[in-house]
Design a protein around this ligand. Structure first.
Ligand SMILES: Nc1nc2[nH]cc(C(=O)O)c2c(=O)[nH]1
Ligand code: SF4
Ligand SMILES: [Mg+2]
Length: 245
């Protein structure tokens, strides 16, 4: 037990390093696309994909992370997103599961579910979810990265994490693809890790309406051929790469 010098948990614990939180908007990607949603975007990522659309959450070479990221009281974030009055809160990043184990993470999930919000977590599928995370999260939108990310296989495909996510029965698997070959590569990962095929979504790469449409046209036939599901990026079609949309 701590002695008299131990600070009470509330003084130090219930914060998270965040890039931004925003809403109301729509969930733009995956099975819940079109659902009114608010977003909490955490700081930091354990990967560095070449196509990343949020490098300001992790890339200190291109961005001033001391300006972009802030240690934020979770109570402030919860009050703001509840006021947006959306049924869905999407926690994204960066890689949000890096924040597991911090008191602020548990507090965020507990508070949002106490208030009846559906919680989705966008994750790159390389980190095992904790039992509290698995309990509170309604859906993991798990996006294993392909070779087109520029990351080596051993960093981007972590079998134990994929297995743990699949075992929650709350994961959908969303692969970012620009070419038919990317879709085949996704299919190989699905087969190798026995991911549930009826929960696989392919999403076009792109940060503008033109590039999202171009990628969609390039991959559509191959997505059908594999009998996978296709999602678009609604927010990108509408708002391009505007932040906080
Ligand atoms: N509208 C909207 N939907 C999203 N779905 C996943 C997002 C993300 O950045 O992870 C995202 C985002 O940034 N905006
Ligand atoms: S895993 Fe996601 S947030 Fe991290 S670098 Fe890749 S695309 Fe960006
Ligand atoms: Mg985004």
């Amino acid at each position: 037990m701590g002695g008299a010098v131990t600070a009470p948990a509330v003084a130090t614990g219930e914060t998270l390093v965040l890039a931004e939180w925003f809403g109301p908007t729509f969930q733009g990607e995956g099975p819940s696309a079109g659902t009114p949603a608010s977003f909490v975007r955490t700081g930091g990522c354990n990967l560095g994909c070449v196509f990343c659309d949020t490098p300001y959450t992790w890339d200190g070479r291109r961005h001033d992370l001391r300006a972009e990221l802030r240690r934020t009281p979770v109570a402030d974030v919860v009050a703001d997103v509840l006021a947006h009055d959306t049924p869905l809160i999407v926690i994204t990043g960066g890689e949000p599961l890096l924040h597991q184990g911090q008191p602020g993470w548990d507090r965020l999930l507990n508070a949002l579910s106490y208030h009846g919000r559906r919680i989705e977590v966008e994750t790159n599928g390389t980190i095992v979810p904790s039992s509290l995370t698995s309990h509170r999260v309604a859906q993991f939108n798990c996006s294993p990265k392909l070779a087109n990310s520029g990351e080596p296989t051993a960093r981007r495909v972590v079998p134990a994490a994929l297995a743990a996510l699949a075992a929650t029965n709350k994961a959908v698997f969303k692969f970012v693809a620009a070419t038919p070959g990317d879709v085949d590569e996704a299919a190989a990962i699905v087969a190798a890790h026995r991911l549930p095929r009826d929960r696989v979504w392919i999403m076009p790469e792109g940060t503008s309406p033109a590039t999202v449409l171009e990628a969609s046209r390039a991959i559509a036939d191959r997505v059908v051929a594999h009998r996978f599901r296709l999602t678009t990026r609604l927010h990108t079609l509408i708002w391009s790469d505007e932040r906080r949309r």
